[in-house]
Design a protein around this ligand. Structure first.
Ligand code: NAD
Length: 275
């Protein structure tokens, strides 16, 4: 790591998370913005990364050449699109740099590609990079284990801003995975992603999802565990995107020292053994 800190590339630099990351990296000791990447054809190419994120000129021009941006970097932080993240995983593995993936909505096929890249690269991937949500996932797993499926129904409710393109959110799915793990079942076999019309009574042991979209909500999640005559609700409210950005920067610095592999935020936060 150089004297000015770990050299990070932000891909998706003009996005909501990209701009947040550029501002945070600028003010975080131990890391520096090495390059900022946007998709080919973006109107932000050539603009200064600091200008587009409200910092003023910082002397880093936004580029679409990810390969050149990665060559002398030490890590990449990626909140883009599933197709973009798959390409960046290949390039980051080639460049032997740490890759932090926050992108959600990835398919099983995409996940296989991340696993393949992680044979040679250090990847941290999580549907939510905040400390609070990762703690919530540990609590969800413990609650799901403690409260039997025959008497307690688990429902996951989320709300996000109206521009979000995938549903349920990556965080809702992460919480669903935690609940399924607590009950020793596969989420894919038990999840109910939508309900409409005459659905019949709720089947015991299923894990339901409900999605709300609107306004500028950054991310609200509740895990509702409903029993006969009582209900437990575990919830998280994101008031600010910096919680994801700070987690992603911490993940990049943590990954710098690890062996190749696919890690989660639970590993970064030291919560993996608390499940
Ligand atoms: P956004 O649409 O504001 O930004 C995405 C940016 O990525 C855009 O500027 C877009 O041009 C760019 N991009 C897309 N494909 C690209 C490619 N191939 N090459 C370069 N740039 C590319 O979206 P956002 O709100 O910043 O969210 C981005 C992703 O991060 C979403 O999948 C979202 O769900 C996820 N997210 C995850 C967390 C977390 O903690 N894991 C938190 C917030 C958002």
């Amino acid at each position: 790591m150089s004297g000015d800190g770990m050299k990070l590339v932000v891909v998706g630099a003009a996005g909501r998370m990209g701009q947040t990351l550029i501002r945070l990296i600028h003010q975080t000791p131990g890391v520096q913005l090495h390059a900022a990447v946007e998709r080919e054809g973006s109107s932000f190419i050539g603009h200064d990364a600091g200008e587009i994120s409200g910092l003023g000129n910082i002397g880093v021009a936004v580029t679409s050449d990810a390969l050149a941006a990665f060559v002398h970097a030490e890590g990449v932080i990626d909140f883009t699109s599933p197709a973009g993240s798959v390409v960046f995983a290949g390039l980051a593995a080639q460049a032997r740099i740490a890759h932090v993936i926050g992108t959600t909505g990835c398919t099983a096929d995409d996940e296989e590609k991340f696993e393949a890249a992680a044979r040679h690269a250090r990847i941290v991937k999580s549907g939510n990079m905040s400390l609070g949500v990762n703690l919530l996932s540990v609590l969800t797993q413990q609650a799901a284990r403690a409260l039997e499926a025959s008497n307690w129904d688990i429902e996951i409710l989320e709300m996000h801003h109206k521009h979000k393109v995938d549903a349920p959110s990556g965080t809702a799915l992460l919480l669903g995975e935690a609940a399924a793990k607590g009950r020793c079942v596969n989420l894919a076999d038990k999840s109910v992603r939508v309900r409409d019309g005459h659905t019949g009574a709720r089947e015991n042991g299923t894990i339901g999802f409900a999605t709300l979209r609107g306004g500028s909500v950054i991310g609200d999640h509740s895990v509702i565990i409903a029993g006969e005559g009582e209900q437990v609700t575990l919830s998280h409210h994101a008031a600010d995107r910096t919680i994801f950005g700070r987690g992603a920067i911490a993940a990049a610095v943590w990954a710098y020292h690890q062996k190749p592999g696919l890690y989660s935020m639970l590993d970064v936060l030291g919560l993996a053994n608390d499940q």
